[in-house]
Design a binder for this molecule. Structure first.
Ligand SMILES: [Zn+2]
Length: 341
């Protein structure tokens, strides 16, 4: 089968591979759609720390089951699924506490091991999340939405609370849409006018704020009836933004860092103490989040259609990946693998 491999930073190539053989407990699946993610872009540019080359990318996958043992978790051949790409050690303390998303020996397919930029892969059956109501394109977006949704779950956002989401890349958008699907009041901040317009016009966010406006804090307060929001979720991975979050949460509030910074963060302890803030990291997502997000997309509470700005075929990846990810209007690119087998 024709497979696209990232050989070295900046260079994809087409290779020929044998079709994978299914092991007990695994399903053989046909990959139909792949979401292109910031992680893939960092790997392409050689900016993904600890990344090993060559690697077959692709961890946001909409797949079809081809072969599976009978009665495996209610799944059968022909089912459409999203893949939870986080391979965890079920005996680790994190997994035992229900946090399979951040297990010590976590390995993400398409990042730490070879992923889905090929027609067929095998997947442990418990990592498949079925929805025959969704398209393969929607299924390929589930993982990204789950990362934002997990951040919202970490925040313990309650009815009547306000949340500020900073950063409107796909992870921020996932957080925004999941919070809106719960009926929460969401305020969105970014430095890009275009992204804010997209959030206002296409995602129907009520309050969008320019993060670098000198009046930002006052605007934030007026969006929250004169107060600061109880929850601040940062999806930028930007040091300035993450450090400022400590001053934007209400007293007694919670801060969730979904975006990751390769470095240290400093904060003023008297400010942190005075407000009795709670700071949380959020990494990946749990199987339960996949189920909730699939249900929200199925019901229409989350609409992923506006996200997809670019589409390309798998075999065009070596030639077109670089220009596609450089497009100024890029939000999400989806790779179609259907022409190949
Ligand atoms: Zn991703």
């Amino acid at each position: 089968m024709k497979t696209i491999q990232l050989e070295t930073p900046g260079k994809f190539r087409e290779i020929e591979e044998a079709e994978p053989q299914r092991q007990p407990g695994e399903a053989l699946v046909r990959v139909h759609r792949i979401g292109v993610c910031g992680t893939d872009i960092h790997a392409f540019h050689g900016r993904q720390p600890f990344f090993e080359y060559p690697r077959i990318l692709g961890h946001e996958l909409g797949v079809e089951i081809l072969e599976i043992d009978d009665n495996e978790q209610g799944l059968q051949a022909g089912d459409r699924c999203s893949v939870e790409p986080y391979m965890n050690d079920v005996d680790s303390p994190a997994s035992i506490s229900g946090k399979s998303n951040c297990c010590e020996s976590l390995s993400v397919i398409g990042v730490h091991s070879d992923g889905g930029m090929r027609p067929f892969i095998t997947v442990p059956v418990q990592k498949l999340h079925k929805s025959n109501a969704l398209s393969y394109e929607q299924l390929a977006l589930i993982e990204t939405i789950c990362i934002g949704a997990h951040g919202i779950e970490r925040s313990m956002l309650k009815d009547g609370e306000n949340i500020l989401v900073i950063g409107t890349g796909p992870i921020g958008l996932g957080a925004i849409q999941f919070a809106m699907s719960l009926g929460s009041k969401v305020i969105v901040a970014d430095i890009s006018e275009e992204r804010l317009a997209f959030c206002r016009d296409d995602i129907k966010v009520d309050h969008v704020l320019k993060a670098d406006d000198p009046e930002f804090e006052n605007q934030l307060r007026s969006a929250c009836n004169g107060h600061l929001p109880q929850v601040v979720l940062d999806a930028t991975g930007n040091r300035f933004s993450m450090q400022r979050a400590f001053t934007l949460a209400a007293h007694g509030g919670r801060i969730v860092f979904v975006g990751l910074l390769m470095g240290n963060i400093a904060f003023d302890d008297p400010n942190f103490h005075k407000r009795e803030l709670t700071l949380m990291a959020s990494r990946n997502a749990t199987p339960d989040t996949f189920k909730k997000v699939i249900a929200a997309v199925e019901s229409g509470a989350i609409d992923t259609e506006p996200w997809i700005t670019h589409r390309l075929d798998l075999l065009d990846v070596p030639d077109k990946f670089e220009t596609t990810i450089a497009e100024p209007k890029l939000i999400k690119a989806i790779i179609n693998t259907e022409q190949e087998s």
